[in-house]
Design a binder for this molecule. Sequence first.
Ligand code: NAD
Length: 340
Amino acid sequence: MKVRVAINGYGTIGKRVADAVSRQDDMEVVGVTKTKPDFEAKMAIKKGYRLYCAIPENLKLFEDAGVDVEGTVEELIEKADIVVDCSPGKVGAKNKPMYEKAGVKAIFQGGEKKDVAEISFNALANYEKAVGKRYVRVVSCNTTGLVRVLYLLDENFGVEKVRAVMIRRVVDPKEDKKGLVNGITPDPVKLPSHHGPDVQTVLPHINITTVAFKVPTTLMHVHSLNVQLKDKVSEEEVIDVFEKEPRIILVSSDEGFTSTAKIVEWARELRLRYDLFENVIWRDSIAVVGKELYFTQAIHQEAIVVPENVDAIRAMLEMAEKDESIRKTNESLDIGKFKL
Ligand code: NAD
């Protein structure tokens, strides 16, 4: 029998999680919610999802617009074994009492504070900690990108300390209410940034300090990492570890990957919505100086957390062991298929 998954908030992350869940042979989407009868609501219905109203007071808006909803979010979660809350940052915490009342398990996203859930999650790093849990937070896009590589480096070589600079896309492509047209914004000005402590919600023992800037692009984030390892390793050894991990793709500037624009152009040929679920690391950026490792990676903010949500469902509902869940998720989403 398939587990029944509800998606509360069919936005940038919610629509991707819905499509990813639909591709699993052990899960089904029982419904998605929207707050308004906009084009995304209509698209959800066209794609075959059962649409529910996230805010009961807005039911009349849907009625007036002739957009058929099956009911309210409360009625949806009654039908679900688990809810993936993909509402905007901090709204998930407001939705939590509803999940508690209904006695349904829930996954929250990285825009929530860590105390919204029992644990903060990344499939590679701490799948086992989510097993059987009621509330789990899948960490943000930047944190997911950092945790994946730091987990692998720590497991293989031991990590002494990490210093990372994040160059962040200012908004997602669909945003037209806010943005940064011209300038580079230290974000935050007061250092360090929150990303280091957020990595420690998953990997508490990692000594990491981060700084971040917002720049006028919508496509991807770029991270420049400096990782001090416990032992001296060669660049080839690092490449070998990254190459073996399906959730990482190595690319090179001599193949034409001169910027995130080129990475996205390549991904447009590969996947629906050019979604890159993998960390994209520039192979030729990998440099070892003494015990210090340097490298640069690009993270597709809209896609990177999607496989993590699928794995969190399996862990919380005790549907599969770590390796089995990751294998199923990777296969269903073609992760690992497009390595160069
Ligand atoms: P979004 O604004 O694209 O989508 C949010 C959706 O939730 C919208 O459809 C909105 O109508 C709906 N919504 C609003 N109020 C609601 C409510 N009370 N109940 C249910 N739904 C409601 O936002 P997003 O970018 O998908 O972000 C969702 C979460 O994912 C946030 O926590 C965010 O921090 C996190 N996240 C976003 C990204 C990213 O790059 N977009 C990456 C990783 C994590």
